[in-house]
Ligand binder design. Structure first.
Ligand SMILES: Cc1cc2nc3c(=O)[nH]c(=O)nc-3n(C[C@H](O)[C@H](O)[C@H](O)COP(=O)(O)OP(=O)(O)OC[C@H]3O[C@@H](n4cnc5c(N)ncnc54)[C@H](O)[C@@H]3O)c2cc1C
Length: 520
């Protein structure tokens, strides 16, 4: 077998997995049944956690340069301007990317595809997975090739990144539990002028629904998302022109359209796969979970699924961990999907409900509360942590272990280790901790005590040690993050804390690695 992992699907999730496996030396193939990358931009919001991951891939600066920072939102209630919500850098002190970046899915896929090509690898287009059979130590996949022929591929691992209608999920007989929402949505990519506030997200709330207008890169370039008016529901082939009268009525009579680059209607589902892992196959991204686009979480969640699985598969494939390590992928990511589905469902119900009282809440109460609440720093921080996905944590994971002396109100095992600016040398300058992390290895951060001279032998060269010097600026930053001194944190390659405690106990660290990475 000359391939370790076959990735099915070259959407954002598959491309992220391909990149992360390739940079960890895993031999992989990535196939897609389409002839080339998708032209539509679909998802729009790139969250801070995704940009943090992009920075390890070397594409964060390009993404930021290509996208548009969401500086704020203007809320309109029944045609009247109701509130302006500042967004801007609401995640200051939480992430080096303290904002929401508006950047289309097509641009994200291009950056990820370019990064893969820079490694001399590429997607095998026009190649479709049509069959698979699993055995204890491999998968036999049947592929339909570009020339119509079929071939069999034997691989140790197969990753289903093949979207909401996942063939991998179906061929494994895994249920996709949930239901469609009753509303039909439309999305349009247009050039237009009008009375909307420039360069900010415009939210138009009506008793019977809403419209969202996202400013895109380029002059007069907007993305519109809304609910199809009742008279157009239940019909195929609705055109953008048919949507215009409702838009003029609800967004402004002075709207003037210069071009519509693409238009699509779609039904949203909220569903989750019963399992994300079945023996040698995994489900990631839309193949594992779909939900409403509220909050711009869909694409980002798929990207994080890939980041979570990649380092584990790389450790297993290289023989540094036992095969059971990959079980923690489902242990960690399935609860994240559950939580996301519940949260987006609750919020979505308020945003789309046809009920009179909810309509009143949407147009009268919500804009006022949001306008006021989102001006307070504490609410901004909570909102940012939730939406940016920097608050995702795996505290109940089998990979999370706390030793004695760790405070309850500080970072705990399972959490993403906080972003800090620290001095790494006694007389050095303040540096970005995330810039110092190597996400292909574990990192041992040691505060207020000496690092173990032999490191953690069980990790060998897969460990990077940072012993932080005592310094008033470091102390202040640690106090802000509620990190005690002395303390130590063993970070997994994906930046989440595996083991942590007050006094560094080399034997406990060795035991953690032997048991947790080789657990059977
Ligand atoms: C109209 C629309 C608007 C959206 N807007 C937003 C938004 O604003 N915000 C947001 O967060 N999300 C949005 N989404 C959702 C977002 O697009 C998805 O979450 C994202 O595309 C998921 O990426 P993925 O890689 O998991 O799957 P996909 O992007 O669906 O990629 C799956 C890939 O697998 C390939 N494939 C499928 N079956 C096979 C097979 N058998 N063999 C080989 N290849 C196969 C497909 O060709 C495809 O390229 C929107 C979705 C739609 C449809």
């Amino acid at each position: 077998m000359d391939t370790d992992v076959l990735i099915v699907g070259a959407g954002p999730t598959g491309l992220m997995l391909a990149n992360q496996l390739a940079r960890r030396g895993v031999r992989m193939r990535i196939i897609d049944r389409h002839a080339g990358p998708a032209r539509e931009s679909r998802a729009l919001g790139v969250q801070a956690r995704t940009l943090e991951i992009y920075s390890h891939l070397g594409i964060a600066d390009q993404a930021v340069a290509l996208g548009k920072k969401a500086d704020g939102a203007v809320l309109w209630a029944e045609g009247r301007r109701a509130a302006r919500v500042p967004l801007g850098d609401i995640g200051r002190d939480v992430s080096p990317y303290p904002y929401l970046l508006v950047l289309g899915q097509d641009d994200n896929e291009r950056l990820l595809g370019d990064a893969l090509r820079a490694r001399g690898l590429g997607v095998e287009w026009n190649t479709e997975l049509v069959g698979l059979a699993q055995d204890t130590d491999h998968v036999m996949a049947t592929l339909k090739n570009a020339d119509g022929t079929r071939s069999e591929v034997r691989v140790p691992w197969l990753a289903g990144c093949d979207g909401a209608r996942s063939t991998v999920r179906e061929l494994n007989g895994i249920a996709f539990e949930g239901a469609p929402y009753q509303h039909v949505f439309f999305v349009a990519d247009v050039k237009m002028t009008g009375s909307m506030a420039p360069d900010v997200l415009n939210v138009y709330l009506w008793r019977r629904g809403f419209h969202l207008l996202f400013p895109m890169r380029g002059t007069d370039h907007w993305r519109i998302v809304g609910i199809l008016p009742p008279q157009l529901r239940g019909r195929d082939n609705v055109t953008f022109e048919e949507t215009i009268p409702t838009l003029r009525h609800e967004v402004g009579t002075e709207l003037s359209f210069k071009a519509c680059n693409w238009y699509s209607t779609y039904r949203i589902h909220h569903r989750r796969a019963a399992r994300f892992h079945d023996r040698r196959c995994f489900l990631l991204g839309d193949a594992a979970h779909v939900h409403s686009p509220v909050g711009g979480q869909g694409m980002n969640t798929g990207l994080q699924d890939a980041y979570n699985l990649a380092w584990k598969l790389a450790f297993v494939v290289s023989g540094r961990a036992g095969a059971t390590l990959v079980h923690s992928y489902e242990d960690e990511r399935l609860p994240v999907a559950n939580h996301l589905l519940k949260r987006t469902d609750r919020f979505f119900s308020i945003v789309v409900s046809d009920r009179w009282l909810v309509g009143l809440l949407r147009t009268r109460v919500m804009p006022k509360i949001m306008g006021l609440a989102l001006r307070t720093a504490a609410v901004q921080r909570i909102l940012f942590r939730t939406i940016s996905q920097t608050g995702i944590r795996y505290r109940r994971s089998p990979l999370s272990e706390a030793l004695a002396g760790l405070p309850e109100n500080g970072p705990r095992p399972g959490d993403r280790f906080p972003w800090l600016r620290l001095k790494f040398q006694p007389n050095g300058r303040l540096e970005d901790l995330y810039g110092k992390l190597d996400d292909t290895r574990f990192t041992l951060l040691v505060f207020g005590q000496a690092a173990p001279p032999r490191g953690i032998p069980e990790l060998g060269d897969r460990l990077h040690i940072q012993e932080l010097p005592s310094d008033p600026l470091n102390d202040r930053e640690l106090a802000r993050a509620r990190i005690p001194r002395p303390s130590f944190y063993l970070l997994r390659p994906d930046g989440h804390i595996g083991l942590a405690g007050a006094r560094l106990d080399a034997a406990a660290a060795s035991r953690y690695v032997s048991e947790r990475l080789r657990f059977s």
